[in-house]
Design a protein around this ligand. Structure first.
Ligand SMILES: *Cc1c(COP(=O)(O)O)cnc(C)c1O
Length: 496
């Protein structure tokens, strides 16, 4: 196996090369040239294993230039002692045939911990192999959860500096506090005047600006990315879909002909793309159900084959999905076109120049077979939180509620109510100010008062990292214009 760029098949590298570089120099994303396959015997064996052993088995073929010892070191470092319990991805039954895959029992209470606890190990191991001792600078654009999870993952990791940009009005108060209080000698945090797409576009520009890259090089630094454009972010996400299937097998769930459905609350298309790769590796998945909030660019894309970001941007109560440019869609386009790099490059060019592109008929048909898309307003998100809490005794966050709502739309629309796994991406306590009003008429002013009310009303436990936040010291309060991102990078690294 090798890794090729989605925009130029001639550009290829190893796993370590793809992970250390983050993005290909012409702007394409690295994808594996072929996908390893898991057999029924593999799945049966995996269903007897713990999460670490499942992760090692799934990741080994992808990490083609890592030794078994290195993989063992990376996986154990990421998942032993860092999550609430031994099983970082918990499958919880909510209703007959409806399961929720809780991915938020890590240090920052969102699913991104599953990938971002592992990425620093993958990255430092990769850098040793390919980067000749240069210091790695992690640049992150975040809609909230990535930033904190990356800060936590990279905090005081030797040989790295991490710089995070978040949109000043686009993150929840809890997310902001989580980032502004981050500890560590190598961490830098900036709020950007703009939305997430501004932050992401700015970071992408820095990554590919030749002058910037030269200057870093002169000073012994190299950029890499902790955003889901980095293959090292995606690979760990494949593991938990394989693991969810193993858990279904282990509990004796009957998987119908054609497989089970997976529902994913989607923003940058990273999480659902990992589910697609799991399907291609042999996990029996029927439909991939892509759930969006009012920023429903993906719903429209899946329905029409026409991607168009020229539309109003909404700030919603599921802020981690407030995205109009889903950067991982590029990898999906590559797959849908059978690896047609020229076509992908031209669609991405249309997106950059016109903000839109249209699939050809063959790609559209393939998309139809794989995906179902739907979206949900803020009001319906809250109604869904209320419904699942009252009827099933299950409390979920706003992002998970979007997925549950779109799942219900799907069942109504198609009559297909087969076994389903819904990815639950955040703790309800991370978005308590939006969750509380859905389950109670009681109101509160402060963020932590809200958290305590939510706990006393629902009888659920406040996650330890959120408890600790209340007394944490605020270390960062930098606000910068999007034109000032380059200056921010230089000043963070002490470069004149
Ligand atoms: C990041 C995030 C999402 C969106 O995931 P993508 O991989 O960007 O599609 C959904 N929910 C939560 C809570 C998130 O943090």
């Amino acid at each position: 196996m090798k890794y090729v760029s989605t925009r130029n098949n001639e550009v290829h590298t190893t796993a370590a090369g793809a992970i250390a570089q983050g993005i290909s120099s012409e702007g394409g994303l690295f994808v594996p040239s072929d996908l390893p396959k898991l057999t029924n015997e593999d799945f049966l064996a995996l269903s007897e294993m713990n999460y670490c052993d499942r992760a090692k088995k799934v990741l080994t073929p992808f990490l083609n230039d890592f030794t078994a010892e290195e993989i063992d070191h990376c996986v154990k470092g990421a998942y032993v002692g860092t999550f609430e319990d031994e099983q970082p991805a918990k499958l919880v039954s909510v209703e007959d045939k409806l399961n929720v895959l809780e991915l938020w029992h890590g240090p920052t209470c969102a699913f991104k911990d599953l990938a971002l606890q592992l990425l620093p190990f993958l990255l430092t191991t990769s850098a040793k192999k390919v980067s000749g001792g240069k210091k790695i600078v992690i640049l992150v654009a975040t809609s909230g959860d990535t930033g904190k999870a990356a800060l936590e993952g990279f905090c005081d990791v030797e040989g790295t500096e991490i710089i995070v940009f978040y949109p000043c009005d686009g993150v929840s108060p809890m997310q902001k506090l989580q980032m502004d209080t981050q500890k560590g000698k190598n961490v830098h945090v900036y709020a950007i005047k703009g939305n997430f797409d501004d932050a992401q576009t700015g970071v992408k520009k820095l990554f590919t600006d030749p002058k910037m890259l030269d200057k870093l090089d002169e000073n012994g630094y190299q950029f890499s990315s902790a955003n889901s454009i980095n293959w090292g972010r995606l690979a760990p996400q494949i593991v938990y879909y394989v693991s969810a299937y193993c858990d279904l097998l282990a509990k004796g769930e009957k998987i119908p002909e054609g497989g089970f459905n997976i529902v994913v609350p989607t923003g940058n298309f990273g999480n659902i793309l990992a589910a697609y790769y799991a399907k291609m590796m042999g996990v029996p998945v029927n439909k991939l159900i892509c759930a969006s909030n009012s920023n429903c660019v993906l719903t429209d894309f899946i329905k029409t084959g026409n991607y168009d970001r020229n539309r109003p941007f909404f700030t919603t109560i599921s802020p981690s999905m407030d995205i109009l440019i889903s950067s991982n869609l590029e990898r999906m386009l590559y797959a849908l076109s059978d690896g047609n790099d020229q076509l992908v490059a031209s669609l991405q060019k249309d997106l950059a120049e016109k903000g839109a592109f249209t699939l050809n008929e063959e790609m559209k048909n393939r998309l139809d077979n794989l995906f179902y898309g739907g979206y949900c307003s803020d009001a319906d998100t809250q109604k869904t939180i209320e419904k699942f809490y009252k009827e099933n005794g299950y409390l979920c966050d706003t992002h998970t509620a979007v997925a549950l709502n779109v799942y219900e739309q799907y069942v109504k629309d198609t009559g297909d109510d087969r076994v389903t796994v819904v990815a639950s991406t955040a703790s309800p306590y991370k978005f308590a100010h939006s969750v509380l009003p859905a389950v109670s008429k009681e109101t509160s002013t402060g963020e932590f008062e809200t958290v305590r009310l939510l706990s006393s009303i629902t009888g659920t436990k406040i996650p330890a990292p959120i408890v600790a936040l209340e007394s944490a010291e605020v270390r960062f309060d930098n606000l910068c214009a999007k034109e000032e991102m380059q200056t921010a990078v230089f000043s963070s690294l002490g470069i004149q």
